[in-house]
Design a protein around this ligand. Structure first.
Ligand code: ZN
Length: 254
C-alpha cells in the first residue's frame, strides 16, 4: 500500500458512528484535496478529531492511501496519527469563492461519473425531525459501552431539489437524512425536547432556507445499496448583499 502526503481542506464532519472493525467511534470526515478532488478520510477516530482540534475549514496534512476494498473512488485510508493542522480558511470571501468553484448544479453529473461525493446549493422546501426509540447500549469484550449510532434516536430530514433538476428530483423532491455532526449536536444541547425541536427547526430550516446561502455536502452510504445519497455536511453563510449600488456602475462606465 503506497502512502502519500495529501493536503486537504475539511468541509464535512458527520455524526460519529461506532466502528466494529476499529472498536472506536469514527467520524465520517471529508474535504477537498489540493488537486481539487473530494476525499473521504477513514478511519478518523473521534479521539484524534478532538485531540487535534480539527474543525471544518481547517487545512490538514495527512498520510493517505487508496484502499483496494472500497468501491467509493473518493475514499482514502489515512494514518490518523499523521494528521497535522496546517491552517484554517478564515475569510468569508475566500470560503465563498472556494465553495463556488466546487458547487454542482445537480446530482446528475456525479451520478453519471459514478462519484460518491458532491456539493450542491439546494432549494429547500421542508424539514422534519423524527424521533426514534433510543438504541440500547452495547458492551465490547473489554466491558466498554457503546452505541452503534449514538445520535440515531433523532433523525433530521430535508426535502429539497437540485437547482437544475436531476433524474430524481424532476419527478419528486429528494428526501434525505442529514448527518451533519453540528446539527445533530445542537438537538442534544437542550435538555427539554420541545425546546430542542424549536431551536433545531429554526437553525436548520428557517435560517438555512431564508437567512443563509446553504450548501449540502452529499455522500453515499458505504454499505449496499451504496448509491443511496445522504446529507453528510451542512455549510452556510449569511446571504450575500444584493448587487452593488448603481453609482458604482456609473463610475465604472466613466
Ligand atoms: Zn436532484
Amino acid at each position: 500500500m503506497a502512502w502519500e502526503k495529501e493536503s486537504i481542506i475539511i468541509l464535512v464532519k458527520a455524526a460519529p458512528n461506532w466502528s466494529k472493525k476499529y472498536k472506536k467511534y469514527q467520524i465520517c470526515t471529508a474535504g477537498i484535496s489540493q488537486d481539487d478532488g473530494w476525499r473521504r478520510l477513514y478511519p478518523f477516530p473521534e479521539k484524534n478529531m478532538i485531540k487535534k482540534d480539527i474543525h471544518v475549514w481547517d487545512i490538514i496534512e495527512v498520510e493517505a492511501s487508496k484502499p483496494s476494498d472500497n468501491r467509493r473512488p473518493e475514499s482514502r485510508k489515512i494514518k490518523p496519527e499523521s494528521i497535522v493542522k496546517r491552517g484554517h480558511l478564515e475569510s468569508r470571501r475566500e470560503r465563498r469563492d472556494f465553495l463556488d468553484r466546487i458547487t454542482e448544479q445537480s446530482l446528475e453529473i456525479p451520478l453519471n461519473e459514478r462519484r460518491t461525493m458532491t456539493l450542491i446549493r439546494p432549494s429547500i422546501d421542508a424539514f422534519r425531525i423524527v424521533k426514534r426509540p433510543p438504541e440500547p447500549k452495547q458492551f465490547t469484550l473489554e466491558g466498554k459501552t457503546f452505541k452503534l449510532r449514538p445520535y440515531g434516536d433523532v433523525g433530521l430530514y430535508y426535502r429539497w431539489s437540485c437547482p437544475k433538476s436531476c433524474r430524481y428530483c424532476q419527478e419528486r423532491p429528494h428526501v434525505m437524512e442529514c448527518f451533519d455532526w453540528g446539527a445533530n449536536i445542537l438537538y442534544k444541547r437542550y435538555p427539554n425536547e420541545e425546546e430542542a425541536k424549536v431551536k433545531v427547526r429554526h437553525k436548520c430550516y428557517y435560517e438555512m432556507k431564508y437567512e443563509n446561502d446553504t450548501w449540502f455536502a452529499l455522500g453515499t452510504h458505504s454499505l449496499r445499496p451504496w448509491k443511496r445519497w445522504m446529507i453528510v455536511g451542512l455549510l452556510w453563510m449569511k446571504k450575500q448583499e444584493q448587487s452593488q449600488p448603481l453609482t458604482n456602475f456609473i463610475n465604472m462606465a466613466n
